[in-house]
Design a protein around this ligand. Sequence first.
Ligand SMILES: [Zn+2]
Ligand SMILES: [Zn+2]
Length: 190
Amino acid sequence: MAAKTKAKPRERKRLSTETRELLLTECGYRCAVPSCRNILALDMHHIWEVHAGGPDEPSNLIALCSYCHDMYHRGNISADSIYTYKAMLVAISRAFDIDAIDKLLFLNSHEPDFLVVSGDGLLHFARLIAAGLASGEQKTNNNWQLVTYTVNISEMGRQIIEAWREGDRTRLKKVIGGPMPGNTNQGLTS
Ligand SMILES: [Zn+2]
Ligand SMILES: [Zn+2]
């Protein structure tokens, strides 16, 4: 009977489809843990837990794959990290398209100048570039026959990814300057 006390609690109430959709969009249909980003079996974890009175509001929920969800409830992922992951998702999903986070992670995990794209390809990074999180530089121009661009993560983009990976809330707040979940609900309604 006591064997399962450490396992994650079941979701007590069914979340509305609207809430689930909102959260899935926010996380890009992936686990919020930056080193994971699993697309399978996403649970909605209550940051402020249900048994402690935590509401079913989007600002209090975060998508975690069932593995990371278990890791959290077994104490292997800190509450502070969860807040940081949520803050990252809120900030990024409001400013960028759904897969901006993965684009940043991709750029961050490769050598400089690894990614060479066409002009069309560059457009996919337009918002990240405009926000100063990435940079695009013209690489080849054979009399305008073939114009390519290298796309790299910027120093600011790198700092955001680092703060996110480390689950460092203070540092992330400093870099993105956005509202922090857990404090207020400001900016979290759509
Ligand atoms: Zn949970
Ligand atoms: Zn995960």
